[in-house]
Design a protein around this ligand. Sequence first.
Ligand code: NDP
Length: 391
Amino acid sequence: MAPDARQRRRITILGSTGSIGTSTLDVVRQLGGRERYEVVALTGNGNVELLAAQARDCGARLVVTADESRYADLKDALSGSGIAAAAGRSALLDAASGDADWVMAAIVGTAGLAPTLAAAKRGADIALANKECLVSAGDLFVQAVAQGGGRLIPVDSEHSAIFQALEDDQRHAVERIVLTASGGPFRTWSREQMAGVTADIARAHPNWSMGLKISIGSASMFNKALEMIEAKHLFDVRPDQIEVVVHPQSIIHSMVGYVDGSVLAQLGAPDMRTAIGYALTYPTRSALNVDRLDFAKLSRLDFEAPDEDRFPALRLARTALERGGLQGAIMNAAEEVAFHAFVGGRLGFLSMADIAEQVMDKLTHLPPASSMDDVFAADEEARRVAAGLIG
Ligand code: NDP
């Protein structure tokens, strides 16, 4: 029997060719594929071959590459499929504001902010993997989602865990949020050892398979720094209520501590498909083919305090949270520039935090954002200052 189009949920995946995007398509396939989901749009950047293959596989209506120079290749790869193709920044915004009910925000970095905002304003439910939206735009982004009328459902495994452990009618009783961190590949390394590492060494995460930016961010703990700021805006807690604990096995994905001393945690195998599936089927749960925890084999879970001297990104996140205003946007933009310089071999691993700190200190005078234009302006200014420092 042909699928009933009226019963299908309309979804769009921004960043479908990435690590989160491909896992999202796998979850969609597992949960019924075309029978249950109508894919309104898929978007990517340079990898148009994969983008076209994904679109053919799931029957997407529209495919967009942000990279205009790849438009002809995308058209070629889609020839005979009947799938519409478009390219460039405004096409990306159009795709994001299409008629999807649910949008996965999985573009990496600040490039994801404008399209995710467009989807939020149109009122789609936002499954948020792109933490940069909240780090840069904070409350303005949360307000945009609320005004649009959609729901904001976290996908980052830590924030999904907290979302799952939060009891809706007991929010007033939350004492603390405990973000777990694997500690990354350099958890036990000295600063001297870390000084000379290359991107190839830094990207090898012990537990998770992820995109390049977040893998390097896990090694430097900048990813955890961004997550601290993300948590503040998602769960409306004070900076002093956000804790980080290193948990090398990545089995407890995060925890919520309540005023009565209880701590609720969410556990699972380190596989993003669980958090993605939860975001897709929330508030219900559906069966997924992912590894199950075998507690007898696990035998132990370890915890240790994070070392902010070896991983100064955590200290910078606290500074950004305390200063408030645009410091999150500034830290994020400076870190993104420093990340590209590190990957390009123009900056040392430890210097990424130095650059972010210097840029944050130079731009303390910027007033709090009153509109998204202020956020984009601060982002641009921070990039300019960071690029100047790197040379
Ligand atoms: P990837 O690098 O694997 O994928 C990024 C996606 O964004 C790709 O589809 C890429 O297209 C697209 N893209 C890159 N640059 C641009 C641009 N300028 N304009 C439009 N699209 C662009 O990243 P991840 O999937 O690892 O991460 C995506 C987001 O999810 C990040 O914000 C990350 O922090 C967050 N996240 C990721 C987790 C993970 O396990 N990977 C876990 C939790 C959060 P193309 O492939 O064609 O270049």
